[in-house]
Design a protein around this ligand. Structure first.
Ligand code: PMP
Length: 428
């Protein structure tokens, strides 16, 4: 029998081998060895409810996806400079989920690469350089995208061409004003670019604003900002790495909630259920100028095994009617969390759509961010076997984003555990 190394041993090995840039989750790090559905199992066989991972979109190790990967890996895996039907069938199916104006798709391995490429395409198309993102945005790890990802912290120097706008804080700004306030920020950013001799190539936003604090309502609030950037000659890039493939329950993509047709859509995380599959979708006229100047090749992006995984994920979402599940379980979860809020005044706001839920924790009626409390709750939940985390610039917003197969009973378990942890933390 294999005896697992103690966590302390693994942590010491990690520090020695991987160096200090990596970070682990939780005060007591987890050593996960197996996953199934929304459950994760640690090396001692203890089970944890995964309320955090949207990468395992159709559930950890879904047998249909595992089988598709294994079958294709046993036949052929190569790059995309040979003819192959797999990539075309998947592209067809993916583009069928998009508005008709979006006609091409390009595959990468990560969301970061997709955003990086989207920026290059936007620059070639507009002839402009400027990039507008939200104040606590995260879009990835490449040099050009990290310098447009203020969530990476104070040691990231934003690019000279990057401007940030305040996130659309739906908790603090009334819904009827949210769209105008956000658009005012975008217009001010455009003005500032102009003052420095630049014009915007794009407004790049995560359409659920996950690192900024999870803002999805009211539907449509993004429209005015997108109109403003287009009027200034820029494009709208919808970063769908987080909401993509039905997480919000109402549509396949987050931009659809806002009634928008983006110029470019970037995507990743949930596409391969853990297999590295990402990419972008684009209007043909937006891609054309880039393609005239440049060719595109990505050794691993869109390989036959990856697209088989992607195809299988789409199969499962359809067959298991996961979008309906996301809608129903998400509504139930938010209703239960709102009940909790009536008994726990430190819950300032419960928001989100489908299975992307934010619970904003506050210290007082004025809404002061409860950063320390959030940390205690995240770690308390982990000790009781439920995995979630916190987000936002003050890290005070619980981020709940389970696999789309999350059940009603699992939503109840999460809420009951949160109730117990909040009582414990409050000393009740
Ligand atoms: N965009 C958003 C909104 C993300 O959340 C992430 C990853 N957390 C990325 C892009 C980058 O994706 P990847 O880690 O696959 O490079």
């Amino acid at each position: 029998m294999h005896i697992a190394a103690p966590n302390e041993t693994l942590m010491a090995r990690r520090a020695r081998l991987l160096g200090p840039a990596y970070r682990l989750f939780y005060e007591e790090p987890l050593h996960i060895v197996r996953g199934e559905g929304a459950w994760l199992y640690d090396a001692d066989g203890r089970r944890y409810l995964d309320a955090y991972n949207n990468v395992a979109s159709v559930g950890h190790c879904h047998p249909h996806v595992v089988d598709a990967i294994a079958r294709q890996a046993a036949v052929l895996n190569t790059h995309t400079r040979y003819l192959h039907e797999g990539i075309l069938d998947y592209a067809d199916r993916l583009l069928a989920t998009m508005p008709a104006e979006i006609g091409h798709t390009i595959f990468t391995c990560t969301g970061s690469e997709a955003n990086d490429l989207a920026m290059r395409i936007a620059r070639a198309c507009t002839g402009n350089d400027g990039l507008i993102v939200t104040r606590f945005a995260y879009h990835g790890v490449t040099e050009s995208i990290a310098t447009a990802s203020p969530a990476l912290g104070q040691y990231i120097t934003l690019g000279n061409h990057v401007r940030t706008v305040a996130a659309p804080d739906s908790y603090r700004i009334p819904p009827e004003r949210l769209g105008a306030v956000f658009a005012d920020g975008v217009r001010a950013a455009i003005e500032d670019l102009r003052a420095h001799g630049m014009r915007p190539a794009a407004l790049l936003v995560d359409t659920v604003f996950s690192s900024d604090g999870i803002y999805l309502d009211p539907p449509g609030f993004l429209r005015e900002a997108v109109e403003a950037v287009r009027a200034a000659g820029g494009l709208f890039i919808a970063d769908e790495v987080q909401p993509g493939l039905g997480r919000t329950g109402d549509a396949c993509w987050g931009f659809q909630r806002h009634g928008l047709v983006p110029d470019l859509v970037t995507m990743g995380k949930p596409m391969g259920n853990g297999h590295p599959l990402a990419g972008l979708a684009v209007r043909p006229e937006v891609l054309a100028p880039f393609a005239r100047q440049c060719r595109y090749f990505n050794t691993f992006g869109g390989n036959p095994v990856s697209v088989a995984a992607g195809m299988a994920v789409l199969d499962v979402i359809e067959r298991e009617q996961l979008r309906a599940n996301v809608r129903q379980v998400g509504e139930h979860l938010r209703a239960r969390l709102r009940q909790l809020a009536t008994r726990h005044p430190r819950i300032g706001d419960v928001r989100g759509a489908g299975l992307f839920v934010g619970v904003e924790l506050v210290d007082d009626a004025a809404g002061t961010p409860a950063t320390a409390l959030a940390q205690r709750i995240v770690n308390g939940m982990r000790r009781r076997g439920v995995l979630l985390n916190a987000t936002g610039p003050d890290v005070n917003i619980l981020k709940i984003r389970p696999p789309m197969v999350f059940s009603m009973a699992q939503a109840d378990l999460l809420t009951d555990t949160l109730d117990a942890v909040m009582n414990e933390v409050a000393g009740r």
